[in-house]
Write a protein that binds this ligand. Sequence first.
Ligand SMILES: Cc1ncc(COP(=O)(O)O)c(C=O)c1O
Length: 400
Amino acid sequence: MQPVGAVGLDEVTGLTTPIARFLDGNSHLPTPFLVFDLDVVALRYHQLREALPMAKVFYAVKANPAEEVLARLDSIGSSFDVASRGEIERCLNLGIDPSRLAYGNTIKKERDIAFAFEQGVTTFTVDAEAELEKVVRQAPGSTVYVRTATDGTGADWPLSRKFGCDLSEAAALVRRAAWAGMSFGLSFHVGSQQRDVQAWERPLADVGDLLRQLRGEGLEAVGLNLGGGFPSHYVDPVPELAAYGTAIRRSLAAHLGDFGGEVLVEPGRYLVGDAGVIETEVVLISRRPDNDEARWVYLDIGMFNGLTETLDESIRYRVGTPGDRANQGPVVLAGPSCDSADVLYEKAGYQLPLDLRIGDRVRLLSTGAYTSSYSSVWFNGFEPLRCFFVSAEDQGVVAA
Ligand SMILES: Cc1ncc(COP(=O)(O)O)c(C=O)c1O
């Protein structure tokens, strides 16, 4: 299989040369662990800039908040979407200028807004009146993005219902913000792991109408945030990023051709997902009385050690064993904890080699996003997911 791209990311094995080298050289390292190639992040960042040249990138830190990841993105010009005081502090400690941070979580403690503002953060997102009032009180004169709701259709991990307001409420929030002397923008998120490149069309049409209505009232937006949602490579195929770029640019031209403000994106998963591989080990293989066809394969990583997005089998990671092993058979995949919720995939139809044994290694591909940050601290006494960072530039492991 030919490696793809400058960093040698093999889209089929999901491994880069430095990751493969690390795994080969560390076959006795205790599992589970995540190996993460920082060059893939840089590759994805540049691909996104190419697909959407008009958009400023604010990396969603929550997807993988490792300092190594933030430092690499900082070095290539990314800005950052932060969700909490902790993420703000982490970025500031790395020397990232507060002007490059946007506090995008719509659910913030008032004292954390005050903290952010004191530090120099002046961009905040809201989707409710009470949240806007907190920002008005604690961050006067800053820029408020009002987040509108989407239905999340087409996304494997939808971000609907909990977030976003309807268009008439958005208009009211904008008026209130403007009256309080704040500049404003609009934002939305089409849902994470969005597999439909047309998902931005409806929200952009709505936002275009709203911006024209507001302009008629003398209110001009300074920015438009298109959110995240760009996909990683899991089991279900996804379009090329270029197709997202084409569809979004077309929708922008159709509905917001006259928009003169800044355009932002807040990618998380796209930038870091494909950069990581989790190496895990089979702890037990057994049969359960109610299912005599599939073997139950229990791994040493589960729902509580970083694989939270397997909830409802929403995110279906590519799972494989090192080397070519034919003769596969059906499995149910489960985690190691004493909790019956800790079943990863039962319905999704996973297969693993029939000669799989206890102690064998199993690999989970494209697991660089929303894994290490979800990993619990000590559930059942299991350590948080260990991470190793590799990079071709540094010829091997740069941090552990
Ligand atoms: C406010 C906000 N922005 C951006 C993201 C990143 O989304 P994605 O990982 O789908 O790119 C999220 C994800 O939860 C989010 O909540």
